[in-house]
Design a protein around this ligand. Structure first.
Ligand code: IVH
Length: 684
């Protein structure tokens, strides 16, 4: 009876291991997770009846080892070497010329090209097919015993050859596969695939915990955990590429066959390795991956070009610790660490304050980088980035370099926590924050950093509609010191204009005429032109009709403003803030003095359209319309846009990554639309 159960148990164990192999190595499961769990549970049940049957290759033995208080040292059976680098085709060809001189057989050598995964070198020992020990590379002679941690990596076979339930490629003689050396030591690279890394960080972020810097550091940290349970929770995997040592059995003597052999034994092996008859073909294959590196599921910092004939490679010997028979063809680096000397703040043309990193100059992929973006102030706080930190910088493709995060282990204690500015660095006026947005803004209309954009908006068609005042001229006027705020436009004279490059009589006269005409623009257009955050066309119309002139509007408090339907507390605050800024008051005074002081026409008609009578709130990123774009769209169709959801809200327009507004809308029963539905509602 027990005999029968034992053979059932052995059969089941092989089955579970085979499914594990299909899932974690071949990436081609043939049963569902549920079925897998069922098999595993049955295995556990038998093991609970007969604990004496449990062997170390049981799939139940992957995690569960107790935390260690330190790692033992392990002497590697042969040196775990590193590689010399080549930084391009010429370097690789120079290597070829050098080794050719040492041995002329190199002339006719074949080459194997493999990805150089940016992970952690690990060494796995198998005795009589059983995984018995695993180590880090250490100094190449002695590594650390991380067996319990490595056991948790499901791609690592606990017994070789792995029994399969499928048609594993039969490229290797079955006698070799079925009787591997009695002692086999292989080497591979452990890593966390990019997708799994992002998923891990996403979960951490959701849980409000600190995220990891990059897959490599995370993989290294995970493997050096004293508690294997922690390692087990990290999505580690590996690819194997070398036989370091073997005893009691034959192994292939070419790199290409080694890869096939390891694959046949059940190890995970790269599927993008290729063998070439000449170096130039190997180099062009390498370069193809240099361009396509983003399509790889892991971070590769290059490709390794290896002489296929391992006896020849061994005969070539070493330079230092680097075997001459292979070379690491490095891709341009994308991540480096450097010191964050300070944090600067740039004021964008829309008034957004963006912090940037001032760095100790560092080369990334052939470019010296001194600045990198820090995204926004929340990012600095979330990542706890301090001035003086060593920081990890990434520069990939066309993206501007950005800071990934601080290297916390490198801290000396002298680093300084950063406080965001309370004043605009360009004009020293107080900065503002609007609910639901991460950004801080400078709302001073005369802020030099925003002047071009402010004037551009002021003169635009939907605002004061001043013809003949393009961005080039605006820049010229500012550069010549003639215009320091929008009001200065109205005191320009002909002589001043004629002093500018490209201005003749006619052009100057035309511009002055346009400016003169603009003085007659309506109050609502002037309100739009002032560019107050959150105030669009429809709102400007309401304000204009309600207050009739700018001096009354400027004196209105938040309560009075909120009497207007659809004008919520945020826009009210934005208006009050704007009118309270001394710099803005000065601009208003100057406009008044220049005669730009329209009063509302009583007969002005409210804009009517398909969205008239509806109040909208927008949250998240929409597929085609920007923040301002959607506002304009709604308002031009007669709708009203407010910034907080209330019972009065008719619709919430929902995009991707919405904030808390979506929940609020749901709880209040406010109808929700996407961009397409909004367009439909507007009759598009
Ligand atoms: S071969 C003699 N092949 O790159 C064998 N290394 O400095 C020397 N690496 O420490 C290594 N992928 O951690 C080799 N396909 C690959 C590799 C690889 C990643 C790592 C390995 C080594 C470093 C080279």
């Amino acid at each position: 009876m027990a005999d029968k159960l034992l053979s059932q148990y052995e059969e089941l164990k092989a089955q579970v291991n085979a499914h594990n192999y299909r899932y974690h190595v071949l990436d081609a499961p043939i049963i569902s997770d549920l079925e897998y769990d069922r098999l595993l549970n049955e295995l556990k049940r038998i093991e609970s009846l007969h604990p004496e049957w449990i062997t170390s290759d049981s799939p139940t033995q992957r995690a569960g080892a107790r935390p260690a208080d330190r790692f033992d040292k392990i002497r590697h059976p042969a040196a775990i070497l590193s590689l010399a680098n080549a930084f391009g085709g010429d370097d690789a060809r120079a290597w070829f010329e050098r080794v050719k001189k040492i041995d002329d057989r190199v002339e006719k050598a074949k080459f194997v090209v493999e990805p150089k995964i940016d992970g952690l070198s690990v060494v796995l020992h198998y005795r009589d097919g059983l995984f018995v020990q695993g180590a880090t590379r250490g100094d190449g002679e002695i590594g650390e015993d991380i067996t319990s941690n490595l056991r948790t990596i499901r791609a690592i076979p606990l017994r070789i050859p792995v029994q399969t339930i499928d048609d594993r490629p039969q490229t290797v003689k079955s006698s070799m596969v079925n009787r591997p050396p009695s002692y086999l030591v292989v080497r591979g690279e452990a890593f966390i695939p990019n997708k799994e890394f992002e998923e891990l960080n996403r979960k951490l972020e959701e849980a409000g915990e600190k995220t990891y810097l990059n897959p490599r550091n995370t993989a290294a940290g995970s493997l050096r955990q004293l508690d294997p349970q922690l390692t087990a929770s990290r999505p580690l995997t590996l690819l194997v590429y070398q036989i370091v040592y073997s005893e009691g059995g034959k192994v292939p003597t070419s790199q290409w066959e080694i890869l096939e052999y390891l694959k046949a034994l059940g190890f995970p092996v790269t599927d993008i390795a290729k063998r070439f008859d000449d170096l130039d073909s190997a180099i062009s294959y390498t370069e193809t991956w240099g361009e396509g590196r983003d399509t790889l599921p892991y971070e590769a910092d290059g490709m390794v070009i290896k002489i296929d004939d391992l006896n020849l490679a061994a005969d070539l010997g070493f330079t230092g610790k680097d075997p001459r028979g292979a070379i690491a063809f490095k891709f341009p680096a994308r991540e480096v660490t450097t010191t964050l000397s300070d944090i600067g703040v740039a004021v964008g043309r829309t008034g957004v304050l963006t912090p940037y990193a001032m760095l100790e100059p560092v080369e990334i992929g052939g470019v010296v980088v001194e600045r990198a973006t820090l995204h926004n102030f929340d990012f600095i706080a979330e990542k706890d980035i301090r001035v003086g930190d060593r920081v990890l910088i990434k520069r990939a493709g066309e993206v501007i370099p950005y800071v990934i995060g601080p290297v916390v282990d490198a801290r000396s204690g002298k680093e300084k926590t950063y406080k965001p500015p309370t004043k605009c660095p360009a004009c020293s006026q107080a900065v503002e924050h609007f609910e639901g947005e991460v950004a801080w803004y400078c709302v001073n209309a005369a802020c030099p950093a925003q002047l071009v954009r402010n004037i551009e908006h002021f003169v635009s068609r939907g605002a004061m509609d001043i013809v003949g005042l393009g961005i080039k001229i605006v820049e010229q006027l500012i550069e010549a010191g003639l215009v320091k705020d929008v009001a200065d436009l109205f005191t320009l004279n002909k002589d001043q204009l004629l002093g500018l490059e490209g201005f003749a009589e006619k052009k100057a006269e035309n511009l002055l005429k346009s400016l003169e005409q603009a003085k007659g623009q309506s109050l609502n257009r002037l309100i739009i032109a002032l560019g107050i955050h959150g105030v669009g066309e429809v709102m400007a119309g309401d304000l204009s009709r309600t207050f009739g002139n700018l001096s009354d509007l400027s004196k209105a408090n938040a309560d009075e403003l909120q009497q207007i339907e659809g004008l919520g507390p945020n826009i009210a605050e934005s208006l009050v803030d704007w009118f309270s800024q001394p710099a803005n008051q000065k601009v208003l005074k100057k406009l008044n003095a220049a005669g730009v002081w329209p009063v509302a026409k009583k007969d002005e008609k409210k804009k009517e359209g398909a969205l008239s009578g509806f109040t909208f709130v927008v949250t998240g990123t929409l597929p085609t319309l920007s923040r301002d774009g959607v506002k304009e769209f709604i308002e031009s169709n007669g709708g009203k846009v407010t910034d907080s959801v209330s019972k009065k809200t008719s619709y919430l327009v929902l995009g991707e990554n919405p904030g808390s507004k979506a929940e609020k809308a749901q709880s209040l029963g406010v109808k929700i639309l996407n961009e397409a539905e909004l367009r439909k509602l507007a009759g598009e």
